[in-house]
Design a protein around this ligand. Structure first.
Ligand code: PMP
Ligand code: GLN
Length: 385
């Protein structure tokens, strides 16, 4: 009998639900409305920039901090979009936002420290926090509106709280935090002298003329906020895994201190290409957002004709529905039955919840797919469900 020798820090942490569900889609020939990756690649000129970087010899280890051209491009991006002024000591490049999150939690959280975070939570937060020995304190965004409950946020803070981990626009609910909500977060952080790590990978993907407001722009917040983003979502290069963290030098140094021992560095030719994307292709996320808004409406309208409640998102490329009327014990059972029943794959949001009463029947659908794929998915759902 094989003996499991896996360390306790990984106990209960399975493989990622995204990998699991994408494998299920391939195995069953299903339409994949699960894992959030776009069908179409980002700007061809950016791909050319990566090819050119490879041809011109940018193929050895880049600096752990990141290539200067990428750091400068992130600095210019934060200034141009948000009026945030940074220098090179205040940015670190990472292997996707995932490594920035890991670096932040491993670099800032001691065993026993509590982290207040929005539930449902992106899965890597839970895994890495457990590896760091930290304890999560959820603040649940509840259907149908998925707004931030300020009292719940206040109540979640204890004398052990080390930081607040925020995510806006929020995966999987699509909530975009308003200025008033962010002001409330800022007030709590300042009152209790907390750091905030804010995952803003969907910063450009907000709909209906809404605005994404980085928490770091609020009065008194820059010095206590670490902001995380990546090229994956804004430029449709999810597989490049080029991300970054920015903020006060001491917080950035904590991320770098951990990431030096994770990847050290990665993506030598991809970092300069992402610099080109950031410097010259502001139009790409704008056009993508316009397209995604139409696709959101298309998928939401289609799902509304089925027997489920649809919660229209304000940002990201995901929509959440409540599938309880189909009578499955939970969303996972629904999603596991879906390929055979309808030839479609979706994500059971319950895996992002501790509170199963709240998340047990919620299912997430991705609309960052070609129109034909969305339509085929809907056609199958209509005939199979
Ligand atoms: N945070 C959130 C909220 C996400 O949805 C994702 C998935 N893209 C990530 C982080 C990870 O980003 P990356 O692919 O750049 O590692
Ligand atoms: N962020 C993507 C999603 O939410 C998937 C990322 C991953 O596969 N780890 O679907």
């Amino acid at each position: 009998m094989a003996i499991s020798r896996t360390a306790r820090r990984l106990e209960g942490i399975g493989s990622t639900i995204f990998a699991e569900m994408s494998a299920l889609a391939v195995r069953t020939g299903s339409v994949n409305l699960g894992q959030g990756f776009p069908d179409a690649d980002g700007p061809p000129a950016v791909i050319e920039a990566a090819v050119e970087a490879m041809r011109s010899g940018r193929n050895q280890y880049p600096p752990g901090r990141g290539t200067p051209d990428l750091l400068d491009a992130v600095i210019a991006h934060q200034q141009r979009h948000y009026g945030i002024s940074l220098d090179r000591s205040q940015v670190v490049a990472t292997t996707g936002a995932t490594e920035a999150i890991a670096g932040a939690l491993l670099g800032l959280v001691d065993p026993g420290d509590e982290v207040v975070m929005l539930e449902p939570y992106y899965d890597s937060y839970v895994a890495v926090l457990q590896m760091a020995g930290g304890v999560r304190r959820p603040v649940t965004l509840r259907a149908p509106s998925f707004r931030l409950d300020i009292d719940a946020l206040r109540n979640a803070v204890t004398s052990k709280t080390k930081l607040i981990l925020l995510n806006t626009p929020h995966n999987p609910t699509g909530t975009v935090l308003t200025l008033a909500e962010l002001e409330a977060v800022a007030a709590v952080a300042i009152e209790h002298d907390l750091i905030v790590v804010t995952d803003e990978v969907y910063e450009h993907l907000v709909f209906d003329g809404r605005e994404h407001i980085p928490l770091a722009t609020l009065p008194g917040m820059f010095d206590r906020t670490l902001t995380i983003s990546s090229a994956g979502k804004s430029f449709s290069f999810t597989g490049w895994k080029v991300g970054w963290a920015s903020g006060p030098a001491s917080l950035v140094a904590a991320v770098e201190g951990a990431k030096n021992w994770l990847s050290y560095s990665s993506g030598a030719p991809l970092q300069p290409a992402v610099a080109v994307a950031l410097n010259h292709h502001d139009d790409f996320p704008l056009a993508l957002t316009k397209e995604l808004q139409d696709k959101r409406d298309r998928l939401c309208d289609g799902l509304s004709t089925l027997d489920m409640d649809v919660f229209v998102p304000q940002g990201t490329y995901f929509v959440t529905t409540d599938v309880s009327r189909y009578g499955y014990p939970d969303g996972r059972a629904f999603c596991e039955a879906l390929p055979a029943r309808a030839g479609v794959v979706a994500i059971p949001s319950q895996v992002f919840y501790d509170d199963q009463a709240e998340g047990g029947q919620l299912v997430r659908w991705a609309f960052c797919k070609e129109v034909g794929v969305i339509d085929e998915g809907l056609r199958r759902l209509r005939s199979g469900l």
